[in-house]
Design a protein around this ligand. Structure first.
Ligand SMILES: [Zn+2]
Length: 150
């Protein structure tokens, strides 16, 4: 079992080749739903990293995709935590992976785009904090930008 992040920064659980997003929380228990919602009823309940219950999936597990998700997550962490150029990040994170996992990753060009996007998000976050450290929400509508106090 491994916890990684969704694109929006939420939690994503990788377990036996399937990826789950948080459905509900109940005290220390977390109810997870298969990320392929709509056509898969796969669910899992965990408590302190122990699986309590499991509902099966309508599709085959895909451990290659899970491994690829872990790599992509590592790449995003390096994108926001380091100043490395995209090709270095890609090289560092993919140096020891199997060819199969490599095949499950997006193309290098698109990973490099993800790295740049991740960094521009970080810059936007800096911009939306004032010198006094207050959090502002940058609201963009049409051509004009408004700062809203949140
Ligand atoms: Zn599923």
């Amino acid at each position: 079992m491994e916890i990684t992040k969704t694109n929006k920064g939420g939690k994503k659980l990788l377990y036996e080749g399937c990826a789950y997003v948080v459905d509900k929380r109940k005290e220390e228990r977390i109810l997870w739903r298969c990320e392929k919602r709509g056509y898969c009823g796969g669910r899992i309940t965990t408590s302190n990293d122990t699986v309590l219950s499991f509902a099966s999936h309508s599709h085959q597990p895909d451990s290659l995709r899970c491994d690829a998700l872990k790599i992509q997550n590592k790449i995003k962490d390096m994108a926001s935590g380091t100043e490395d150029i995209p090709s270095n990040i890609i090289q560092n994170t993919t140096a020891n992976i199997s060819l199969d996992v490599c095949g499950a990753l997006p193309k290098k060009k698109s990973i490099a785009r993800t790295i740049r996007r991740q960094r521009s998000v970080n810059e936007d976050e800096d911009l939306t904090t004032t010198t006094r450290g207050e959090a502002f929400l940058l609201h963009v509508s049409g051509d004009s930008k408004h700062l809203l106090n949140v």
